[in-house]
Each structure stands twice: as C-alpha cells, then as structure tokens.
Design a protein around this ligand. Structure first.
Ligand SMILES: [Zn+2]
Ligand SMILES: [Zn+2]
Length: 286
C-alpha cells in the first residue's frame, strides 16, 4: 500500500481514521506536506496509535471477526453487542498489545516475555490467544446506553446533549475522583481510585484515557453532572468541590498539542471554566 500510493504509513493510517475528523479526532490537512503538523497531531490526538483494545467475543465471531477502526479511539470503552468492557491488556503477560498496522491483525499476543530465559536463555513471545481473554461484564446497563450515545457522536449523528456529554467526559478523564461515580458500578469507582496513567511525570506511554474503565467512569460522571441542565460554570464548581472531598488537588497540565488536538470537541465549553478554577493548567510542549 505504501509503495503503491507513495504515501508513508503514518499518513495512510491517519487517512483511514480521517472519517472521525471533526468529532473524535481533530481536522488534519492530510495532503499538506507539513510533517511537523502531522507529528503534533499524532502526539496530541487521543487515539491508540499502536496499543490495541478489543472485545474478545467480537474477535471470536467466526468469519465476521475483525478489529474495528473505532477500537483505536479511547471512546470505545464497552462492546454494546456483548455487554462487556473492552480488554486493554493481555491476560497472560499483563501488558498492552500492538495493533500492528502493517500486518493482518494478530490473534495471539506477540509481546516478548522472559519466561524462557531461565531454561533456554532465550526470550520468547507470550503467544496467549487474545480471543481467550476474559472481558469484564458490564453490570450497569446505563453504561451501554452511554456507549451508544458516544457511538452516535462518532458516527456523526449526535444530538446536542450527546456533544455536551462527550465534551465534559473528555475533560473529566484526567480529573475524575471517586465521589463523581459514587452511585455507579463499583467497578468504575475502583478504576477511578487507581491513579493509573494520571501521574504526569512518569506515565510511561500510558495516558489517562488508556484504561477503558476510566473512560467509562468519565462518561458516566459526565452524564450525572449534566443531569439537571446546569451551565458549564456551575458544573466546574461541582467538579472543584467533589475533588476537594476526595483530596485531589493536583491540576491536570494540558500542553499545547493536547489543547489543540486532544479533548473531544474543539472548542470545548468546559475547558475555560476549569482553567479559571485552577483545575487545568495550560502551556508548554510535550
Ligand atoms: Zn463484542
Ligand atoms: Zn501476552
């Protein structure tokens, strides 16, 4: 494909994702020869460039099994068909797995492990079947309804409320605290309690939106906060108070690339009031 079209792999990949430009992904002048723009876009946009998340049951589905394009977006947190949360890690080596854009999608984990090192002095691939991973069932059906609303945004047919939902969820992902999901699925509360991916100084490639449970929790919390139709300013106050209850004081630092290409909708009506209250700080490059 790369040879036929003369376009490099990274850009080809961005083109296939271009159907989400303007909603889940920011617009990118794809045919511009501006490599820096593409690089910045890649850095700031919220997508799993190489790390896969998947529904093992969809993958197991005989001839129709395939890896869906939307699984590369953090916004796919649950499979509506099978009522399960997306799997984000191989359940044998407990590490994230790669999509491998250049080859047919793998069905087995090809992460190298050091299992064989003791016996053979060789590292060998994990080899665990990704279709055999056990997904966590969604016990709260409202989570599936929320995924359907996010999907209609991805497909370009959102209502005004769907847009607001995604915009607020986008800024909540790094700012979540347990009180915001008090009444939700206990599993979501657990996901929020864990600081995974939110420590900015040593995130090791993991971003707050890497974990599908955390994204689900953010969408759930956003839905609760939007419930009464309050304005963005009031909602920002609520977020401030709820974080105070949970002793979460560290603001989310949003760098320029993330501000330009990152959170959900541009412009996002919730960014400014959150910056005003010191919950988000802006500036700098990655
Ligand atoms: Zn599925
Ligand atoms: Zn593995």
């Amino acid at each position: 494909m790369e040879k036929l079209t003369g376009i490099d792999a990274e850009r080809l990949h961005a083109m296939t994702l271009a159907r989400y430009a303007g909603n889940a992904l920011p617009h990118l002048a794809l045919l511009a020869s501006d490599g820096v723009a593409v690089q910045q876009w890649n850095k700031g946009a919220w997508l799993h460039r190489s790390r896969a998340r998947w529904c093992p049951r969809c993958l197991r589905n005989g001839s129709s099994s395939r890896w869906l394009l939307r699984w590369q977006l953090p916004w796919s947190f649950a499979c509506v068909d099978h009522a399960v949360y997306m799997v984000t890690e191989c359940q044998s080596c407990w590490d994230t797995v790669d999509f491998r854009h250049d080859a047919p999608p793998p069905r087995n984990c090809d992460n190298m492990t050091d299992e064989g090192e003791w016996t053979y002095g060789l590292r060998e691939p994990c080899g665990h079947s990704l279709t055999m991973c056990q997904p966590v069932p969604v016990s709260d059906t409202s989570v599936l309804t929320l995924q359907e609303r996010v999907n209609s945004w991805l497909d370009g047919t959102p209502t005004h409320d769907d847009r607001q939902l995604v915009a607020l969820a986008a800024v909540l992902i790094p700012l979540l605290s347990p009180s915001m999901v008090r009444r939700g699925d206990p599993l979501l509360r657990y996901a929020v309690r864990s600081p995974r991916g939110t420590a900015q100084h040593k995130r090791n490639g993991k971003r707050p939106w890497t974990d599908s449970l955390r994204v689900a929790a953010a969408v759930y919390a956003a839905d609760r906060l939007l419930d009464r139709g309050y304005p963005a300013d009031y909602i920002a106050d609520r977020i401030f108070d709820l974080r105070l209850i949970d002793h979460r004081r560290r603001p989310w630092h949003m760098d320029v690339a993330e501000l330009a290409y990152g959170p959900g909708l541009r412009p996002n009506p919730f960014v400014e009031p959150l910056v005003h209250r010191g919950l988000i700080t802006l500036g700098g490059w990655l």
